[in-house]
Write a protein of this length. Structure first.
Length: 292
């Protein structure tokens, strides 16, 4: 369990903003913070990691106090069992993949974890290469493995997949979920990708102007109602055309375009540019607008 009851005055592009958070994150859950840039998402992760001090409040992990401003308690970064993966992977360019991981070991820690991680995230064939010879997706896997070397109980992810192409992004989402479950992590992620959030997260917190305005399961937050079905995916409406008495909606889903039929009584709910969730029920496609 992670309890965050913190306040921090932040200087953003839009001016000063008061970040005020009071939430509890369950142990072993995959939680995502969502919202526009400048609302305090990264600052929350930095305060958990110990890279930024709150102005008021406390951070409690399990039964241990990591921060308590009132009594001036601030646990050192090195004493927090946290793995961090930001957009900038910050790999050492003169070290091989394996050397990057070994550098992250605690003094006296067994190197067995290195071999395990290299296997888990598929780096065996790359372990003796240097970062500048790797693709962006490969570098991301190295950075992820390095964040896990010290066997953290909490993994913090700040838009780690935002600069990666769609096909690799989907593969790396699978790697992250595999690692999250395999190591029993409590994972906290920042993401702007709704499909990614629905696929990966147990709980989402939506922030606006430093405050949480919505929270819950992603399906409940992003749609009016839960939709069950044999398959589910998200897409963006790129075209709406009338054909006889029906309407054809064209959806961009990844790199593919899919067409689906909408009844005239429902078409008023949708516009070009809307993000929607498609699911199947009794072999009939159902479309639900995603609330952003």
């Amino acid at each position: 369990m992670i309890h965050l009851s913190i306040e921090k005055k932040l200087n953003t592009a839009a001016g000063d903003m008061d970040l005020c958070i009071d939430i509890t994150i369950k142990k072993g859950s995959f939680t995502t913070f969502y919202g526009p840039s400048g609302v305090g998402k990264t600052s929350i992760l930095r305060m958990i990691a110990g890279l930024l001090k709150p102005d008021k409040g406390r951070i409690i992990v399990g039964s241990k106090i990591w921060n308590d401003v009132a009594v001036k308690k601030q646990l050192k970064i090195s004493e927090r069992n946290v793995g961090v993966l930001f957009q900038d992977y910050a790999l050492f360019p003169t070290m091989t993949v394996r050397e990057n991981l070994e550098f992250a070991l605690n003094k006296g820690q067994s190197t067995v974890i290195i071999d395990e991680l290299i296997h888990t995230v598929g780096l065996k064939q790359l372990q003796h290469r240097k970062p500048d010879t790797l693709s962006g997706g490969q570098q991301q896997r190295v950075a992820l493995a390095r964040a896990l070397v010290k066997k953290p109980t909490i993994l913090l992810l700040d838009e780690p997949l935002s600069a990666i192409d769609l096909a690799m992004r989907k593969k790396l989402q699978d790697y992250l979920l595999l690692v999250h479950k395999h190591y029993g992590l409590t994972t906290i992620m920042i993401s702007h990708d709704i499909g990614e959030i629905i696929k990966m997260s147990d709980t989402i917190y939506v922030l606006e102007n430093g405050l949480i305005v919505k929270s819950g399961a992603p399906m409940d937050v992003f749609t009016h109602q839960y939709m069950s079905g044999g398959f589910q995916f998200t897409g963006e409406i790129i075209k709406i055309e009338k054909e006889d008495v029906l309407y054809i909606i064209s959806l961009l889903i990844g790199n593919s375009i899919v067409n689906t039929v909408i009844m005239p009584s429902e078409i008023h709910e949708f516009s070009i540019g809307d993000h929607v969730l498609i699911s199947s029920k009794a072999f009939n496609p159902m479309i639900q607008k995603i609330i952003q």
